[in-house]
Design a binder for this molecule. Sequence first.
Ligand SMILES: NC(=O)c1ccc[n+]([C@@H]2O[C@H](COP(=O)([O-])OP(=O)(O)OC[C@H]3O[C@@H](n4cnc5c(N)ncnc54)[C@H](O)[C@@H]3O)[C@@H](O)[C@H]2O)c1
Ligand SMILES: [Zn+2]
Ligand SMILES: [Zn+2]
Length: 343
Amino acid sequence: MPGMMKAAVLTKPHRFEIEDRPVPEPAPDEVLIRVGRVGICGTDLHIFNGHYAAENLPLVPGHEFTGSIAAMGNDVNGLALGQKVVVDMNIGCRRCYWCRRNEVLNCPDMQQLGITMDGAFTEYVAVPAYLVIVAPSDMDDAVLALTEPLACVVRAARKAQITFGQSVVVLGAGPIGNLHVQLLRTIGAVPIIVTDIAEERTEMALRVGADVAVSDPNELHQTVMRHTDGRGADVVIESVGKSELYAHAQRLIRKGGHIAAFGLTGPDELLELDVLTTILQENSVKGSVAGMGQDMHDALALLRHGRIETDPFTRSAFPLTDIQAAFETIADAPGELKRQIVL
Ligand SMILES: NC(=O)c1ccc[n+]([C@@H]2O[C@H](COP(=O)([O-])OP(=O)(O)OC[C@H]3O[C@@H](n4cnc5c(N)ncnc54)[C@H](O)[C@@H]3O)[C@@H](O)[C@H]2O)c1
Ligand SMILES: [Zn+2]
Ligand SMILES: [Zn+2]
């Protein structure tokens, strides 16, 4: 085991420094992971731009990662050195009301790897052993690094109780919207209608399983009605993060339909709800955030058995030393769905 490692530290917004740091010593209940690949997610970009978690800088971001077990604390059992793993990034206290309900995100003491504490844009990271999920040794790192974002989408579908035969509209065909479409395809939702103001993105969504794509917002309502016999969709997933889209979502669902609140808005944005219609039609809105526990296991299984088209997410890889350029130029490449850092 080397004594020192390279870590990409975001010292202030827009500025990564590659630092030499001591390799962490795992605590008795932790494992040390030799990081293999890490995805750059929208949240990382928000942190880079100073719009999120700025109070936590300097920080090593990175939470969509895979690697192999390099060392283990004395109390860890059931795992072995060299095993390939993915990691649930949400660290709850494991004792409070919410942790016991598997709602770790509501834990008052919750920590998140790469957001509230140092994460995976580094060669080694120590994590609690109970959050480690062993992956098949022959799975590609680039695919495994998609487990966490896919888990977020799995959780959203679970919370929205989407089943086969349901019509679903996905607002936003960014990386996560694309994964929503792919998961809906595996669930058997039909038709899957996707919309994005970027035509390149709706085309990508069509290629991975959407039935209908709309890039002109003015055509969305009539398109949804045409494909749902005038009723509206069973479910609308908001995967953009703009509160004004909820006004549309309320007109796109059928009576008794459901809106899945998923895209992250600003902190004080309000939703204008047509209360009487919601009551009379028994409509619903429900949020979901992140992926954890079973969501991670399910996401891993879907990737393992080839249910998700991963090529559009794994094509663009940068070495850790080029992380600054990888972040700075991400907006110039709308045709990419994901960038990954290779360690
Ligand atoms: N709740 C969760 O668990 C969770 C997890 C991960 C990401 N997110 C959030 O989900 C959202 C989607 O993630 P992403 O990585 O795909 O984001 P992204 O910003 O990369 O993609 C958003 C897409 O929405 C499109 N868009 C913008 N305005 C639009 C409009 N008016 N109508 C239709 N499309 C429009 C953009 O062209 C873009 O393709 C983000 O808000 C992200 O923060 C939530
Ligand atoms: Zn993420
Ligand atoms: Zn807790």
